[in-house]
Ligand binder design. Structure first.
Ligand SMILES: Nc1nc2c(c(=O)[nH]1)N[C@H]1C(S)=C(S)[C@@H](COP(=O)(O)OP(=O)(O)OC[C@H]3O[C@@H](n4cnc5c(=O)[nH]c(N)nc54)[C@H](O)[C@@H]3O)O[C@H]1N2
Ligand SMILES: Nc1nc2c(c(=O)[nH]1)N[C@H]1C(S)=C(S)[C@@H](COP(=O)(O)OP(=O)(O)OC[C@H]3O[C@@H](n4cnc5c(=O)[nH]c(N)nc54)[C@H](O)[C@@H]3O)O[C@H]1N2
Ligand SMILES: [Mo]
Length: 598
């Protein structure tokens, strides 16, 4: 009998999955689904099934039963200052049920993000609320600007929506979609703010801004134009790495057209990430792209918008990206691998090792499970019921249990055990919570739809109630310093180190989902640097060092190196700092030197 479920991996697409004969070896997509095209990615088809799971719980390195491990967990939460640090290994809503227990014992949760938080903060400054642009509007566009999103790898179900449109790609790396684009701008990393400001200024200079829309919805546009005039054209275009003829050409694609910007996380992995999204939104306003058919800015939306979240708590919180683990006696890591996914791995690992009770609740052994006192095997999304929302579209899918697994537990079972052990009341049944989420959705012929769905977001205006005007960006604090000086890092005399410093870019890999599945050990560099494929290079940042194998590629700017974020040890190189707004990690706020082994 045919069953359906949905993929819970952290990805824009949130695909519906069809299971033909109840067996996980026959998975397909749903070609009728509005957000899919019938195909599933290789991570679902290969990686999940092949990955070795944690089969037995452990306490202090000794294998124990599920009941015994839960008894130890109960003890560690008694009279301790506790923290729940949750990653994004599973995007089902039921992940948050554990918050209810944390609230009961006065434990801490986290705030901010390792992912899209800076960009979201910038969106909130301009629009007041982060609504997702529906896919059918993307489908109606004339021009699609793919801006710092490697969608062939990270968001492949978006590709059909690009067919037949003019494509402009803005990315320091010549990505697969850049190779097919009508226009490609290989800009300087961290210069997107300037590009958005320059485009806005040029648009006004030639009187192509949408004055009619602006008068009604963003009437401060003349002040914004004045602000853009504070930026020097020649110096800034040279810095971005584009010339006047390219500016003219890109305006051709934007002027008086239906335009959608597909903005990814790449533009905002910096201290200034919020300003970048705010500037891109300001440019979109100058073009009048909000609330109109076939137009808009599509970034990672707030998937829980419009829902009354039954797992909302009043817990105290600490910043996720720079958590000081030493403050806590018990740390529960759920669905994440902070030893590798947080910036400054050397600091994080030392701190995690010093935590009295580190509990790891996950599917696979990783750098965090290795350091944990208590290891609990979690059920994966084929083994439990849940609800899947998406940060890229409005379809809501029910995640249905397809197979049983008696050697692991779900987040709900974990929470239920703790409520019972502490004699807390107030936890409803799992079914009750799942229905609570689904009942808040509307339904159409394809299934559930988020309550936040609007065909044309911002049609009546901005802010929570749709009555405000758009607020333009009016200042910019460009404060890049390469965190600490390089002099602190020691490189032995056996190494020849470059004087030049390279931007460290860390995009996603097609073989992994962040640190899940295949891990890599390569650094991608431009061949003009003169290194040989396979040669070992020491990468030196002010934070730490890492040895990797060279892979040459013409697709990379000469002043950048690429280390995909599934690379072991990558975050030994990155700084533990927060974005100016949004409390986001700043993985790319760093330049590195290269040291070849003599
Ligand atoms: N340098 C650099 N670092 C980055 C990034 C970058 O671009 N550059 N990207 C950042 C981004 S965008 C993100 S989102 C983060 C991701 O970082 P994390 O949120 O830490 O995610 P992962 O490292 O993939 O670890 C996910 C873990 O979840 C567990 N898991 C999976 N499913 C379940 C489940 O159902 N239940 C439980 N309990 N556990 C489960 C698996 O065991 C897996 O090891 O990484 C960030 N790190
Ligand atoms: N296969 C796969 N899919 C994934 C993931 C995965 O790990 N593997 N991770 C998921 C997660 S957690 C997330 S958050 C999303 C993120 O998905 P994306 O938004 O696509 O994020 P990235 O791959 O980190 O970076 C996107 C692009 O930004 C470019 N870039 C880097 N710096 C800059 C810059 O300064 N300016 C501009 N214009 N571009 C820049 C990079 O070269 C890259 O091509 O993907 C999700 N999908
Ligand atoms: Mo992410």
């Amino acid at each position: 009998m045919e069953k359906t479920t949905a993929c819970a991996l952290d990805c824009y697409d949130a695909c519906k999955i069809i299971i033909k004969d109840g067996s996980l070896s026959h998975l397909t997509g749903d070609s009728k689904h509005p957000a899919g095209n019938g195909a599933l990615c290789k991570l679902i088809n290969n990686s999940i099934q092949k990955e070795n799971r944690i089969l037995k719980p452990r306490v202090d390195g000794v294998e124990v039963s599920l009941d015994e491990v839960m008894k130890s967990v109960v003890n560690t939460f008694k009279n301790s200052k506790s923290l729940l640090w949750r990653g994004s290994g599973n995007m089902g809503v039921m992940q948050e049920v554990t918050d209810l227990f944390m609230e009961k014992i006065g434990a801490f949760l986290t705030r901010g993000s390792l992912c899209d938080g800076a960009g979201e903060a910038g969106i909130l400054e301009g629009r007041g609320i982060n609504k997702t642009l529906p896919l059918e509007q993307i489908d109606k566009a004339d021009t699609i600007v793919v801006w710092g999103r490697n969608l062939t790898v990270t968001n492949s179900h978006m590709l059909p929506f690009l067919e037949g449109k003019k494509i402009v790609v803005i990315d320091p790396v010549k990505t697969p979609i850049a190779k097919k684009a009508d226009m490609y701008l290989q800009i300087q990393p961290r210069s997107d703010y300037y590009l958005a400001i320059m485009l806005s200024r040029f648009l006004c200079m030639e009187n192509s801004h949408n004055a009619k829309w602006l008068e009604e919805f963003a009437s401060d546009y003349e002040e914004f134009y004045e602000f853009t005039q504070e930026h020097r054209i020649k110096a800034i275009l040279a810095y971005i790495g584009i010339d006047l003829s390219q500016m003219g050409e890109i305006l051709e694609y934007l002027r008086h057209k239906k335009v959608v910007f597909l903005v990814g996380t790449g533009v905002q992995k910096y201290s200034t990430g919020a300003s970048t999204l705010h500037a891109i939104d300001s440019l979109a306003s100058m073009l009048g792209l909000f609330g109109k058919e076939g137009c808009g800015v599509h970034y990672l939306g707030n998937s829980k918008l419009g829902f009354d979240n039954p797992f909302k708590t009043s817990c105290k919180r600490v910043s996720k990206a720079t958590t000081d683990f030493c403050e806590f006696t018990t740390v529960l890591v759920q669905g994440g691998n902070p030893s590798e996914s947080m910036p400054d791995s050397s600091r994080v690992s030392k701190e995690l090792e010093s935590v009295e009770n580190l509990i790891y609740f996950g599917l696979y052994e990783n750098e965090t499970s290795k350091r944990a006192k208590i290891v609990i095997p979690a059920k994966n999304f084929f083994e439990k019921n849940d609800v899947r929302l998406s940060y890229s579209h409005h379809r809501v899918e029910k995640i249905n249990k397809i197979v049983e697994n008696s050697t692991a537990i779900s987040e709900y079972e974990f929470t239920k055990y703790l409520f019972d052990a502490f004699s807390f009341d107030g936890l409803k049944s799992e079914e009750n919570y799942i229905n609570d989420w689904l009942e808040q959705c509307s339904e159409d012929e394809y299934g559930y739809l988020s309550p936040a769905y609007e065909a044309l977001p911002y049609e009546s205006g901005f802010g929570e109630d749709g009555e405000d005007e758009f607020v333009f960006i009016d200042d910019y604090d460009d404060d890049f310093i390469n965190t600490k000086s390089f002099s602190k890092v020691r490189v032995s005399k056996k190494h020849q180190i470059t004087d030049e410093h390279f931007w460290l870019l860390s995009p996603k890999s097609s073989n992994a989902l962040n640190t899940q599945f295949k891990r890599d050990n390569k650094i991608v560099v431009n061949p003009s640097l003169g290194y040989k494929d396979g040669e070992l290079l020491k990468v030196v940042s002010p934070i730490g060092t890492l040895e990797l194998e060279v892979l040459n590629s013409e697709d990379i700017r000469t002043n950048c190196v690429v280390i995909p974020n599934n690379t072991k040890g990558l975050n030994y190189l990155t700084p533990s700092i927060l974005s100016n707004e949004g409390e986001n990690a700043c993985f790319q706020e760093i330049k590195v030197s290269l040291a070849s082994i003599l």
